[in-house]
Design a binder for this molecule. Structure first.
Ligand SMILES: CC(C)(COP(=O)(O)OP(=O)(O)OC[C@H]1O[C@@H](n2cnc3c(N)ncnc32)[C@H](O)[C@@H]1OP(=O)(O)O)[C@@H](O)C(=O)NCCC(=O)NCCSC(=O)/C=C1/CC=CC=CO1
Length: 266
């Protein structure tokens, strides 16, 4: 059986590739566990300074594998165990926590449709490079479910509460261009260039000041749920840490010498 998730580390980029192309990268139990564990590995590896999440085939990820899910639902009914939705706690929540909390930038290379939890994964990344043929679909209400994979946190922050409600109540596929106009896609590129363009963005970030990027991610997440006063205090704490980093000293020295800094990531 082919690996459901591929992983490669080159030039500081940990590339995680969802690899169930024949199933449109639907997440079965094996793929969810593999993605969760690979994200944790990438987070812990100092050689990885940026993560690229992408996929093989014509889809990015269509969320929960409904063909597996129907069997689990039947089992639940038969045994009364009610265990089917424990996958949210065991898989989806840890996956999204790992993406959003990754102490380095995460780029989603959205090569095709991103639906349900698959859209949630893309939205939990820091930067989305999207093929012009790709699309996004919240999908959840279509299968009589509510939002998961962080979508009720990420989507309103990207598009506003009203548009998020629209996209969740009336699930439909929105094009890459619509996603760009709404602020979901950061960059739309011709489908043939997606892999190269997404990898280039990830490589650029991997060559950057990793500790400062981690602090930027932390302060954005903090600011989203705190007052200005609290956020100013957090910024001071994080700026003090960034100011003590080797990369800060390297950058200031390079600026004064009119040179290009070569960041160490610490
Ligand atoms: C809008 C679509 C994503 C893409 O549409 P389209 O390009 O027209 O492709 P289709 O013809 O519909 O599909 C091609 C084949 O792929 C199969 N497929 C698509 N999605 C899934 C899926 N999620 N699971 C399994 N298989 C899937 C489809 O059946 C076709 O196969 P065949 O060729 O054999 O017929 C559209 O496909 C679509 O709307 N898909 C469903 C999206 C969806 O509802 N996803 C799940 C949302 S719920 C979720 O992600 C999270 C949870 C969390 C916890 C527990 C339980 C459930 O969900």
């Amino acid at each position: 059986m082919a690996d459901t998730v591929l992983y490669d580390v080159t030039d500081g980029v940990g590339t995680i590739t969802l690899n169930r192309p024949d199933a449109m990268n639907a997440m079965n139990t094996e793929a969810k566990a593999a993605l969760r564990d690979t994200l944790r590995e990438a987070a812990a590896d100092p050689a990885v300074r940026a993560v690229l999440l992408t996929a093989t085939g014509r889809a990015f990820c269509v969320g929960q594998d409904l063909k597996e899910h129907i069997g689990l639902l039947a089992e639940d009914r038969a045994t009364g165990s009610g265990q089917t939705m424990s996958t949210v706690r065991e898989h989806y929540n840890p996956i999204v926590t790992a993406l959003a909390g990754m102490p380095k930038p995460v780029v989603a290379g959205v090569n095709g449709v991103a639906a349900g939890a698959g859209a949630g994964f893309a939205l939990a990344a820091d930067f989305r490079v999207v093929a012009d043929t790709a699309s996004f679909n919240t999908s959840f209400a279509g299968v009589a479910l509510t939002a998961d994979s962080g979508i009720s946190w990420t989507l309103p922050r990207l598009v506003g509460q009203g548009r998020a409600a629209d996209l969740l109540l009336f699930p439909r596929s929105i094009t890459a261009q619509e996603a760009y106009d709404l602020g979901i896609a950061n960059k739309v590129v011709p489908a043939a260039d997606l892999a190269a363009e997404a990898a280039a963005v990830a490589r650029t970030l991997a060559a950057g000041p990793t500790a400062a990027y981690a602090a930027i991610k932390e302060s954005l997440a903090f600011g989203a749920g705190h007052t200005l006063t609290e956020t100013l205090a957090k910024e001071e704490e994080l700026q003090t840490r960034a100011g003590a980093s080797e990369d800060h000293h390297i950058a200031v020295e390079a600026f004064v010498k009119k040179e290009k800094p070569r960041f160490l990531g610490r």
